[in-house]
Design a protein. Sequence first.
Length: 290
Amino acid sequence: MVGADERAEVRRVWRDLGLPGLVDVHTHFMPDNVLSKVWAYFDALGDGVWPITYRFDQDERLDVLRGFGVRYFTALSYPHRPDMARWLNSWAASFTEGNPDCLRSATFYPEPDAKDYVAEAIDSGTRVFKAHLQVGAYDPRDPLLTDVWGTLADAGTPVVVHCGSGPMPGDFTGPGPFSEVLRAHPRLTAVVAHAGAPEYTAFLDLVERYERVHLDTTMAFTPYIERMSPFPRAELPRLRDLGHRVLLGTDFPNIPYAYLEQIRALVDLDLGSAWLRGVLHDNAVGLFGL
Ligand SMILES: [Zn+2]
């Protein structure tokens, strides 16, 4: 169970800012058997390395998130092999039917029918996509994805892309491969997960260069990540100035610390209440037209 104290503390932060709540663009809901594999992966890292704080059944996880005052969230999932994305996408569609405060979410993999199911997903109301280059272990420049990025760019549908090399690097993570995707599709509405950790500077460069590129805050700035990959203090002015393109993300429920720590980490950056209002709520409201 989540303590009443944590809930009250999170709610106090947004209430003091005059906000009606939070919008969290990076949360994970997925079929139970997939989520238990994700948890098993984190468990296998070793005792106490990555303890899942919110290891509850789905109804309780939803209660906890709503209890924090999260008004809208996502159900991000991601395939690690072909022939999986369509199934994940239909699960996510029915999840949103039962939970209208979840922005309908979808994903894809480099496979021949990706361009078709991505177009279908957009036509039937998908609001956000997820691409995970480390777990998926694919090259975002794969020709099978050219039409996918193009379709997303044309539709203006945001795609949350895990393209930084943290917490775990992959063959295609880092700013190199994904910046080539942006060069080919400069109007893509991309949300770089984890603020691009640990390559914060290179991904801030992309946010500066492309007006539809955003960052999500997922895990970034928390003591857990700061120990491994500290955000360079010299970049704080840029993070402040580009604040209109920074969005709250958390990785709930798969985080090795309390949700409150993410919120506190953002408050402690001390970038001003206007910055916080944008990041915790208003920027996502604008981006998703909520
Ligand atoms: Zn995530």
